[in-house]
Design a protein around this ligand. Sequence first.
Ligand SMILES: Cc1cc2nc3c(=O)[nH]c(=O)nc-3n(C[C@H](O)[C@H](O)[C@H](O)COP(=O)(O)OP(=O)(O)OC[C@H]3O[C@@H](n4cnc5c(N)ncnc54)[C@H](O)[C@@H]3O)c2cc1C
Length: 581
Amino acid sequence: MNHTFDVFISGCGPVGLLGPTQQSRAFGITPHTMEIFQHHGLTYRILQQSIACRGGTLFLNGKDMGDLHFDEFDAVFPQLTFLSQSKVEAILVDEIEKIHGKIHWNTELIEYEQQKDCIVAQVKDHTSGKTFEVAAQYIIGSDGCHSSIRKQNPTWTYEGNSIQSNFALADFVLEGADISRIRNRQVVFYHSKGASVLIPLPHEDDGDSVTMRMVSNLGTYATDHGAKVTHGTDNPREELTLDQVKDLMDERMNNLQVSIKRPIWLTFFNVNERMANGFRRGRAFIMGDAAHCHSPAGGQGMNIGLQDAENLAWKLSLALNDESSDSEKLLDSYSIEREPIVRSVVDATGILTRVAMSNSFVMSLARYAGLAVAYAVPPVRRILVNRILQLDFTLGDSPIIAPPKPNERFLEQGGHSLKETRALLSKDVTIAVERKTIFEILEKWNNKHAVFWMITRQTWQQEPDVKLTNAFIDGISRYNSCRGFVFQSTTQFATFDDFNSTTQHKVVDYWIDTHAISSADSLTSKLGLTAHLTDSKSKIPPAALVILRPDRYIAYSSLVSTQLELDQAFTFMDSYLLQNQ
Ligand SMILES: Cc1cc2nc3c(=O)[nH]c(=O)nc-3n(C[C@H](O)[C@H](O)[C@H](O)COP(=O)(O)OP(=O)(O)OC[C@H]3O[C@@H](n4cnc5c(N)ncnc54)[C@H](O)[C@@H]3O)c2cc1C
């Protein structure tokens, strides 16, 4: 055996964080994925090269139905960020090389075997022609829809269908009188013969032209339920010509004064809608297209693949560092948490595709009525945009997420992701005043659980219980995998001096939420404590205790007024986190 590793990752796409290509399939990055990039300090590089698309326009049978505005939504990046998959991959590769060193290019996984304590893989280096045996504790297949990791385990299926008709993809530079109407927007054209979508691509804008991608379906919806996987741009059934692209534009966009100045990449591609039956088998995991593929309607595939990776990474890290009290439960939760989200994306993109491709009279009528309502009625529009931007993703039933407590309904509950805040003020102002948003504060503690202790009061209430705060600090010091945060809301508590000074700076950070507790942007409001205080009749206000996972999803939240309630939070932590030995 030549090498031993913690984790063997097979696959060079964005999800395995490898492998630039010339022609990029994915472009759209959702706000949720941008937040993941922010946690890893990568947003600056992404934003530097990308285009921010802040809205969309819909044409229904030639009629302009109006605009959707993404920036009316509560997200840090209320936009679709367009950057080619190859550039995203290059940024990730650069980052990996900075942190971990070498990536093994041009190297293929031939086969692997699960043993009791490890996996053993046969790997071929195509540069030297040599074959190696590699042992690792875990193996991850991020090797695309034809995944060898998945195929080599006969218990894994990849059920679903192949859509039989062709899809066309055209990247081009457009010019004409109407380019200002479509610049930096996502434009959808529904027509009786099918749908076309224009999305903006990053380019050097000369003011007279725009670079865009057009994706269109051809023919009606028909599926083949066979097992053969045909997804993607690799094996188009025929070649797409410039004349065919022009015909499609004439057919579906005839109300826009635009024409092709220069084609960049024209191809047909195939769409499959498939999902594996579970994403874990013992020491083997699959993620990204290896675990699921679907229609690119809405540009979700790369995004949910990257979110798979974010979900699994910290769990493997805890298991490998012996910091989990139940690593089997923890690792099982990867598939349990990701499958419902993936299923909802596969179903939603499938419905969108079927609706777009149907040319029956009844479906055309339903499409017209449905989209007209979606655009005209704000709550329906909100649901639509939340889905496009992936702002509605929450984790459902999971063995490592506490169920909601009915009497604490205002508190941000387990399974929800943390929302960004305005800047908080560091309690330590001995050297300089430091102000940071909650995401900036957490960046330093990327690989740890962040456990919040939020205390505040209304003016008629007494100050929160200092003894309980000290007990929180003592308790949190027992977990290497956690970082404690004491947040005071408003500056009305003059000092922290009463708090346990021996352990405090080693295990907790102190920050002050200086915004009024009623302000919607304050941390107190975002965690839902403000609403409970307004309801509270108690003289001594409860604290809010929130356990935040490294992927920024809330695992547990509770109002705490007694030692018993504090102990319940630590009991929850003990269910999968190990205390220091
Ligand atoms: C036309 C089109 C447009 C799309 N647009 C969007 C979009 O706008 N937004 C979005 O989020 N998604 C989009 N997608 C989906 C997105 O491209 C995929 O979901 C994404 O590329 C999946 O990444 P991955 O890393 O899982 O797999 P892949 O990108 O397929 O990468 C898998 C890698 O594994 C390597 N590999 C395979 N077998 C082995 C082996 N045995 N050993 C070693 N390496 C191996 C391959 O060479 C490849 O590099 C689009 C897809 C299509 C087809």
